[in-house]
Design a protein around this ligand. Structure first.
Ligand code: NAP
Length: 391
C-alpha cells in the first residue's frame, strides 16, 4: 500500500548495541521516513561498546559517534530503562510494531563445565569486563588485594583484553574509562604472573594480529612463550585471510619467545595445548574464563528479525555487524513492503529517552574531565535514573 507522509511503519529494535544501531542505519538509508524505537533495558545506549569493549580501547569505542548521529534523527527514539517482560512483552511488541528487530547480543558467560568452576575465584569474562566498564548490574569486582597469579582461559581477543587490562600499569590506563575502583584495585594488586591458556595450539588461536602484537608492548609486563610450542605452521587448508592471520600470529609469538623472563615485573605467559579439566584452589588466585557467551531466547516468527550476536553467535568485531545488519534491514524492508500499516496507539513506555541519556553522558564526561579521562561512568542504577530524569 502507499504510505502518506504522516503515516509510516514503526520498527522496534530491541537492544541498543552496535548491531541494533547498524540495523537502524540500514533501515533509514532506504526509508528515512520510518519511525524507529531503539529499546534497551539499561538507561544508557551502545551495549557492547559501552560494557564490553575494553576500557583502554577508546579508538574502538569512538564508533559511538556514528551511533549518536542516529539518536538525534527526529523519528528515532531511544527507549532506555525498558525491560522486555517487565515493561513490555515480546507479544506486545509484535502486535504493535510493524516489525521487530532483535539485537540483544549475548551476555551470559559460557561455562567450561569442569569441577571447580563454581569456586569464588573463578570469574567469567563478561562479569569481569562489565565490572571494569561500569555496568550497573556488575558493581562488584573480584578481591584483587591478594591476587598474584591469574589464569586467563581462552585464546580469543577477549582473553587478550582481560590479560592486557590486568597487566597494564596505572599510567597506561590513565586515558581509559575504566571505573576508578577497578583501576585502583588492579594498580594495588600484587600481580606477578598472568597465564593465557589455550586448549589448542598457537596455530588455532583466534587472536587478531594487532591485538596480539599489543601484548608485546606493555610497560610492566613481559610476554613469554615456550618456543617448543611454536614449531607449527598455519593450517594449509584454511582460507587465505585466516591462514595469513594465523601465520602472522605465529610470527608475533616467535618474537615473544625471545623475551627474557624477569625483564619486567609481571610475566605474561602464553600456554597452549592445555585443556583445563578442573580448577583447584592453589594453582591460581584468580581464574577468568574467556570462552564465549550465550544469550537469552527470543521469539522467532513473522515480522521478527535477529541481527548481530543474537543472530550468529558471539563472533566478529564491531564493524562485522555493519554489513550484516544492513542486509537484515533490507530483508525487513522487503517484508514490510506490502504490509498494511499497524495503526494502534504509541506502544512504548518512555522512561529514559535520548535527552535523558545525553544528561548522563554530559555528567560522565564532566566527571572524567576533572581526572583527564574520557569519562567517569555512573554505575549506580538510582544515580543513572536520577541524572537521566533531571531537567
Ligand atoms: P573467540 O574468538 O571465539 O574465542 C573464544 C576462545 O575460547 C577460543 O580460543 C576457544 O577455543 C576458547 N574456548 C571455547 N570453549 C572452551 C573450553 N570449553 N575450554 C577452553 N577454551 C575454550 O571469542 P571471544 O574472545 O569471546 O571474542 C568474541 C568475539 O569478539 C570475537 O570475534 C573477537 O574477535 C571479538 N573481539 C574483538 C576485539 C577486538 O577487535 N579488539 C576484542 C574483543 C573481542 P577453540 O578455538 O579451541 O574453540
Amino acid at each position: 500500500m502507499l504510505i502518506d507522509a504522516a503515516m509510516t511503519y514503526r520498527v522496534a529494535i530491541v537492544g541498543a548495541g552496535p548491531s541494533g544501531f547498524y540495523a537502524a542505519d540500514g533501515l533509514l538509508r532506504e526509508r528515512p521516513d520510518l519511525r524507529i524505537d531503539l529499546i534497551d533495558r539499561l538507561p544508557t545506549p551502545f551495549g557492547l561498546v559501552r560494557a564490553g569493549v575494553a576500557p583502554d580501547h577508546q579508538g574502538t569505542k569512538a564508533v559511538i559517534r556514528q551511533f549518536e548521529r542516529l539518536l538525534v534523527q527526529p523519528d528515532v527514539r531511544f527507549a532506555g530503562n525498558v525491560e522486555i517482560g517487565r515493561d513490555v512483552s515480546w507479544e506486545e511488541l509484535q502486535q504493535d510494531y510493524d516489525a521487530v528487530i532483535v539485537a540483544t547480543g549475548m551476555v551470559i558467560d559460557k561455562k567450561l563445565g569442569v569441577p571447580g568452576e563454581e569456586l569464588p575465584f573463578v570469574w567469567g569474562s563478561w562479569r569481569l569486563v562489565a565490572w571494569l566498564n561500569g555496568h550497573p548490574d556488575f558493581r562488584e569486582g573480584p578481591d584483587l588485594s591478594q591476587v598474584r597469579r591469574v589464569a586467563v582461559i581462552g585464546n580469543g581477543n577477549v582473553a587478550l583484553d582481560v590479560a592486557r587490562v590486568l597487566a597494564k600499569s596505572a599510567d597506561e590506563m590513565a586515558k581509559s574509562d575504566i571505573v576508578p575502583e577497578a583501576g585502583a584495585a588492579i594498580a594495588a594488586a600484587p600481580l606477578t604472573d598472568i597465564t593465557i591458556i589455550g586448549r589448542r595450539g598457537p596455530e588455532q588461536a583466534s587472536f587478531t594480529n594487532n591485538e596480539l602484537a599489543e601484548m608485546g608492548r606493555l610497560a610492566r609486563a613481559v610476554a613469554l612463550v615456550d618456543p617448543a610450542a611454536l614449531k607449527v605452521e598455519a593450517p594449509k587448508g584454511d582460507p587465505t585471510p585466516e591462514r595469513l592471520r594465523k601465520a602472522k600470529n605465529l610470527e608475533i609469538l616467535r618474537g615473544f619467545a625471545g623475551n627474557q623472563p624477569g625483564s619486567k615485573p609481571l610475566a605474561l605467559r602464553f600456554v597452549f595445548n592445555t585443556p583445563v579439566k578442573a580448577i583447584k584452589p592453589g594453582d591460581y588466585d584468580l581464574v577468568i574464563t574467556c570462552i564465549g557467551y550465550t544469550g537469552e531466547p527470543y521469539p522467532k516468527g513473522e515480522g521478527v528479525f535477529a541481527v548481530g550476536w543474537a543472530k550468529r553467535g558471539p563472533s566478529g568485531t564491531i564493524p562485522t555487524n555493519r554489513g550484516e545488519s544492513h542486509a537484515v534491514a533490507e530483508q525487513v524492508l522487503a517484508w514490510l513492503k506490502d504490509r498494511d500499516l499497524k495503526s494502534g496507539p504509541d506502544p512504548m513506555p518512555l522512561s529514559v529517552d535520548a535527552a535523558g541519556w545525553h544528561r548522563i553522558d554530559k555528567a560522565e564526561i564532566a566527571a572524567g574531565a576533572k581526572q583527564g579521562r574520557p569519562r567517569v561512568k555512573l554505575t549506580d542504577w538510582k544515580a543513572l535514573l536520577e541524572v537521566a530524569q533531571g531537567d
